[in-house]
Write a protein that binds this ligand. Structure first.
Ligand SMILES: Cc1cc2nc3c(=O)[nH]c(=O)nc-3n(C[C@H](O)[C@H](O)[C@H](O)COP(=O)(O)OP(=O)(O)OC[C@H]3O[C@@H](n4cnc5c(N)ncnc54)[C@H](O)[C@@H]3O)c2cc1C
Ligand code: SF4
Length: 512
C-alpha cells in the first residue's frame, strides 16, 4: 500500500505509530511548516524556533534512514500555509497514494481538521493512536466512569501498577505512594542552583532564529538565550545530565523559587517530551534506575515519576474526556482583562516581575511559578479564563493545548469548577514568602495586611474568598480559611472589600 505519512510538529519520535510501518521503497513522509499552525496563537519566538528546527532535523533523520521526505518550508512560494492544503498538494503532485496515514493530533482543533479531511480529501485517511502515551483515551474514560470526582492521586496509582514503576510486587516501594510532603523545602540560605546544560545553537538553529526574528518580529519573547534541544542527541544530553546530576535535588526543592534562578533542580525536558525528542517512559525508567542504584533518593524519583505518569497522563485524559467545550467554562465568572505587566514585566511585585522576565528570556518558568505566582494572581484578580489560557499558550516553550489547558483552566484558575483540582490553589503573600527569596527585595511588605505598602496578594486573597463565597464556601478543603474570614471584625471585612477591590481595579488597569 503506497502511503503518504503526515507527521506533525509535535510528533518527532522515532517510534511514532504512523512511522512504524514506513515502507521506504514507496512511501512518502510529509512534514510541513505552515502559517496556520505558526499563527493560531502568537507563540513565543523560542517555541517557533524549537519546533521548526526540530522538524528540519527530524526530516534529515528520516532521510538518513532512507525515507523519502517531502519537507515544506514556511517560505516556500507554493506553500498553501495550511496542513490540509499541504496534504492535498502532496497527493496531487506525488500521488496516487492508497491512503494517508497520521498519528492522532494532540488537540481538538486539529482533530476537527483531520475529521474534515476524511470527508473531503478523496483518499482514505487513517488515524492511529498516539502510543507515546501510557493511557489510551478509552482506558481513561473507563477509569473515570462512575467516579464522583477525578483525582490524580488515584489515577497515578493505577499507572504505577500498570507500568510497575517503583513497585515492589503490588505495593509501592518505600511503603507509600507519594512523598510530596518531603518535597516542599525552601532553599537554604547560600545554596546555589546547579549548573545546567544549555545547548548552543548550531548553524541550522541559528538560521531558523534569523527566519523567526524576520517573520515574527512582534511575537513575545527574545531568542538571544535560546538553548533548547532541537534534536534527539541534544535532548539525550539534557536528559542524561538531569538524571545524573540534578535529579537527586529535584524532590527537596521542587516547590522552591529563587530570584534570578528559573531552573533550580527542574528537568527542563517538558518541551522535548511534548514534541517527541524524549520518550517519557524512558525518562521514568532511568530515574527509577538512579534510585535503585542509590544515585538519587526516593522522594526525588517518586516526585519526578509522578509528574510524568501521573500529572502528564492525567491532564491529557481530562482534556480529551471533557471535549472541546471544556475551555468555555468559567466557574468563578471571572471577566477581568489580563494586566499588561504579564507581557511587559513592569510591576513592583518582585515575584511577578521575575517570573515574567525569565519567561520572556527563556520561554520557561517552573511549575510553582506558573501555578502560585502568575496563575494565583490571575485567579485572585478575576481575570477572564480565556485571556489567562491564551497567555499560557503563548509564553511557554512546552505549551500544547492538551497539556496547557487543564493546567491553566483547571489547576491554576479553577475555571473548570473543580474537575482537575479539588480546590482553587489560592494563596496570599505568606506562601510566596515561605517558598522563595522574592519578598525581601520587593517594594511591598509581605507581612502587612492592609495599607498602600501591603503585599497585593494578601488583600486580594481574602477579597477573592469573600467575592466567591457563594461558589466556594461549601468546599470542605476551604473550610478553614472561610472560618477565619467569618471571624474577622466587620471593620476588617469592610477593609478587605474596599482595599481589595481598589487593588484589583488598579492591577487590572480599570478605572477606580
Ligand atoms: C498554569 C500552568 C500551565 C502549565 N502549562 C504547561 C504546558 O503548556 N506544557 C507542559 O508541558 N506543562 C505545563 N505545565 C506543567 C509544568 O509546569 C511543566 O510541565 C513544567 O514546569 C515543565 O518544566 P520541567 O520539564 O522542568 O518540569 P519538571 O518540574 O522537571 O517535571 C518533570 C516533567 O513532568 C511533567 N509535568 C510536571 N508537571 C506537570 C503537569 N502539571 N502537567 C503535565 N505534565 C507535568 C513534564 O513533562 C515535566 O517535564 C503547566 C503548569 C501550570 C501550573
Ligand atoms: S511581597 Fe508580595 S508582591 Fe512582593 S514579592 Fe512578596 S509576594 Fe510578591
Amino acid at each position: 500500500m503506497r502511503t503518504l505519512r503526515l507527521v506533525l510538529g509535535d510528533q518527532l519520535s522515532d517510534t511514532l505509530s504512523s512511522l512504524v510501518e514506513l515502507d521506504i521503497r514507496q512511501d512518502v513522509v510529509l512534514l510541513a511548516e505552515v502559517m496556520a499552525e505558526a499563527e493560531y496563537v502568537r507563540h513565543h519566538k523560542q517555541k517557533l524556533v524549537m519546533v521548526f528546527a526540530a522538524m528540519r532535523r527530524f526530516a534529515d533523520r528520516l532521510r538518513d534512514r532512507g525515507a523519502t521526505v517531502r519537507y515544506v518550508r514556511l517560505d516556500d512560494p507554493a506553500n498553501t500555509q495550511t496542513l490540509d492544503g499541504e496534504v492535498r498538494r502532496a497527493v496531487s503532485e506525488l500521488g496516487p497514494f492508497d491512503r494517508v496515514v497520521l498519528t492522532e493530533p494532540g488537540e481538538w482543533r486539529l482533530h476537527q481538521l483531520v475529521e474534515d479531511m476524511k470527508w473531503t480529501l478523496g483518499e482514505p485517511v487513517e488515524v492511529l493512536e498516539d502510543a507515546r502515551f501510557l493511557c489510551r483515551h478509552g482506558e481513561f474514560a473507563a477509569w473515570a466512569e462512575g467516579r464522583k470526582e477525578l483525582r490524580m492521586e488515584f489515577f497515578y496509582r493505577e499507572m504505577r501498577r500498570k507500568t510497575g514503576l517503583l513497585m515492589d510486587g503490588d505495593r509501592p516501594v518505600g511503603g507509600q505512594w507519594n512523598f510530596d510532603k518531603e518535597n516542599r523545602k525552601r532553599l537554604p540560605r547560600g545554596i546555589k542552583a546547579p549548573h545546567r546544560v544549555w545547548i548552543a545553537p548550531d548553524d541550522l538553529t541559528r538560521s531558523v532564529i534569523a527566519e523567526v526574528e524576520a517573520r515574527f518580529p512582534d511575537n513575545f519573547g527574545t531568542t538571544a538565550r535560546f538553548g533548547w534541544a532541537t534534536g534527539h542527541e541534544e535532548a539525550e544530553r539534557l536528559l542524561s545530565h538531569f538524571i545524573a546530576e540534578i535529579l537527586p535535588g529535584f524532590g527537596d526543592y521542587e516547590d522552591a523559587m529563587a530570584k534570578g534562578s528559573p531552573f533550580l533542580w527542574h528537568g527542563l525536558i517538558s518541551a522535548a517530551i511534548n514534541i517527541g525528542l524524549v520518550d517519557p517512559m524512558d525518562a521514568c525508567r532511568r530515574a527509577e534506575a538512579a534510585w535503585r542504584t542509590g544515585a538519587a533518593p526516593l522522594n526525588a524519583v517518586e516526585g519526578f515519576v509522578r509528574q510524568i505518569i501521573g500529572w502528564r497522563e492525567f491532564v491529557r485524559g481530562i482534556y480529551w474526556l471533557q471535549g472541546p467545550d471544556y475551555k468555555k467554562t468559567n466557574a468563578l465568572a471571572a471577566e477581568g482583562p489580563l494586566p499588561w505587566f504579564y507581557w511587559s514585566g513592569e510591576t513592583d511585585m518582585a515575584c511577578v516581575a521575575d517570573v515574567v522576565a525569565h519567561t520572556r528570556d527563556y520561554a520557561y518558568a517552573h511549575h510553582i511559578q506558573r501555578l502560585m505566582v502568575t496563575g494565583n494572581l490571575a485567579m485572585l484578580l478575576g481575570v477572564a479564563p480565556a485571556e489567562v489560557d491564551d497567555w499560557y499558550m503563548v509564553v511557554f516553550i512546552d505549551a500544547f493545548e492538551w497539556v496547557e489547558l487543564p493546567n491553566t483552566h483547571g489547576m491554576a484558575t479553577f475555571a473548570d469548577g473543580g474537575i482537575v483540582g479539588s480546590k482553587p490553589y489560592a494563596a496570599g503573600g505568606a506562601y510566596i514568602d515561605r517558598m522563595s527569596d522574592y519578598c525581601g527585595g520587593c517594594r511591598y511588605e509581605v507581612k502587612a495586611k492592609s495599607g498602600p505598602d501591603a503585599c497585593p496578594f494578601n488583600l486580594l486573597y481574602w477579597a477573592f474568598l469573600d467575592r466567591n463565597a457563594d461558589r466556594l464556601k461549601a468546599n470542605p478543603r476551604l473550610a478553614m480559611p472561610y472560618r477565619t474570614l467569618a471571624g474577622f471584625t466587620p471593620a476588617r471585612r469592610a477593609e478587605i472589600e474596599r482595599e481589595g477591590e481598589t487593588i484589583r481595579r488598579r492591577l487590572l488597569g480599570l478605572a477606580p
